[in-house]
Design a protein around this ligand. Structure first.
Ligand code: CTP
Length: 421
């Protein structure tokens, strides 16, 4: 396969997971000369593994740090370095690349590259391609703290931002100089997620929609150190949030767990059902969809002790009085500032899955309910996989096979999309 070939070999399945916005997309990665160049190799690898078609363009300075061959080995496509190579691809390679790009990412971007981009000084392959493309431009800078803070660099970054470029970082941390500060290239995994999120917003079928997802089991305080909860890991909610982000939605997770926030997703941390209810009501006031994946405790201690309860003599047999928690999904207003709120419920059951789930869907005013048998050992709580049955309020039923929670997220959103009109 050559670097001007737009297609893939038919016999080779596209890598990556279905629903990933990077799959089949054309990414032009611009690499400029920084010690962080070696991280561009990992970025390339992650993009390729996600199913993107990646063309790499390097400045001459970048080739001092990293060889084009490394990129060729990963992408199976010839990188571009020399604007004046008589043996290079026919025609105007930068124009062709720029035309085909769904997105252009420059990582790492040096101070010199920012300057050239800001002024349109197209004297290397990276700047040349960047000013020839109309695709979204994402820029991940890497330089020393003082350089990043310099007014010349800040002015160039501001100019590029005003022109619509999206900056990824730089992050704070340890720099090559040994100093600690702002200027570090954002970690490759997060840069790739930013590209993913951007492609989702550009092409996703939920672009412009606002979705609230709840995740994790609520924690009902007994005293300052103890609580009543359940085995929910929150992974299902986070996977739905990621899938919704990848389809372009504005996503908020109301969460009880400390999982890493997916790039581009806002996380509101809560503990108890009462706190979750307040957060859900607030967030849903401006949302299109509520996906209630959290495992909400039905009851909470009537009072939480101010101080840690001590095991002194005579406390054996102590009872804790419980009061019922509010029904969060049921009490969330059915309309928001954006129109009707579409509610999706979950039902984690240990018996009579279908009957119980169907009854819950009705009582909670949900358009459909995602039911799973939490006694299954290969799916459910804590696992990355799930096997669910989706019941809708029209009597429809879909028994889905065992799949990743991310795939379940897409299966849910496939059903959400047509209901949004
Ligand atoms: N739910 C809720 N508020 C509650 C309890 C549950 O919003 N106080 C939501 C859950 O997030 C889920 C759906 O309602 O989307 C069903 O939750 P589940 O715990 O399975 O059902 P319960 O209503 O608690 O019924 P039961 O405990 O009898 O199974």
């Amino acid at each position: 396969m050559t670097s001007t070939d737009d297609s893939r070999d038919d016999a080779t399945p596209i890598p990556g997971r279905p629903g990933d916005p990077l799959r089949g997309r054309h990414v032009v990665l611009g690499v400029s000369g920084s010690i962080a160049c070696y991280k561009a190799i990992e970025i390339t690898s992650r993009l390729v593994q996600a199913g993107a078609i990646v063309d790499v363009v390097l400045t001459k300075a970048a080739t001092e740090f990293v060889t084009p061959l490394a990129f060729k080995a990963i992408t199976q496509r010839t990188p571009y370095t020399d604007m004046f190579d008589v043996n290079g691809p026919d025609g105007e390679a930068h124009v062709e690349l720029a035309r085909r790009a769904d997105v252009m990412l420059i990582a790492p971007a040096t101070a010199a590259t920012l300057s050239r981009l800001a002024t349109g000084l197209a004297e290397d392959f990276v700047t040349l391609t960047a000013i020839a493309t109309t695709a979204p431009l994402l820029i991940a800078p890497a330089m020393d703290t003082q350089m990043w803070a310099h007014p010349a660099v800040q002015t160039n970054a501001a100019t590029l931002t005003d022109r619509g470029a999206q900056f990824i970082g730089p992050a704070e941390g340890r720099l090559a100089s040994g100093r600690v500060g702002a200027g570090r290239l954002v970690e490759p995994e997060r840069i790739v997620d930013d590209v993913r999120a951007r492609l989702g917003r550009e092409h996703g079928d939920l672009a412009g929609r606002a979705i609230v997802v709840t995740a994790g089991g609520t924690r009902e305080a007994i005293d300052p150190v103890r609580y009543i909860s359940n085995h929910s890991s929150g992974k299902m909610g986070y996977a739905i949030a990621e899938a919704a982000r990848d389809r372009g939605a504005d996503v908020v997770i109301v969460s009880t767990v400390g999982l890493a926030a997916p790039v581009g997703v806002r996380v509101v941390r809560v503990d108890s059902a009462v706190q979750m209810q307040a957060a859900v009501h607030r967030e849903c006031a401006e949302a299109d969809v509520l996906v209630m994946a959290a495992a909400v405790a039905d009851f909470r201690p009537a009072t939480a002790a101010d101080q840690k309860m001590k095991k002194s003599e005579g406390t054996a047999g102590t009872t804790i009085d419980l009061v019922e928690n509010p029904d969060i999904i049921g009490t969330t207003p059915v309309t928001s500032s954006r129109g009707p709120l579409l509610k999706i419920a979950f039902a984690a059951e240990t018996q009579n899955l279908i009957e119980n789930a169907a009854a819950k869907m009705k009582s909670k005013g949900a358009r459909f309910i995602v039911a799973n048998d939490v006694t299954a050992t290969d799916a459910g709580f804590g696992s990355d996989d799930n096997r669910v049955t989706i019941l809708d309020d029209q009597g429809g039923r879909a028994d889905l096979p065992l799949m990743t929670k991310y795939a379940v997220g897409h299966a849910i959103l496939d059903r959400v999309r047509p209901l949004l009109g």
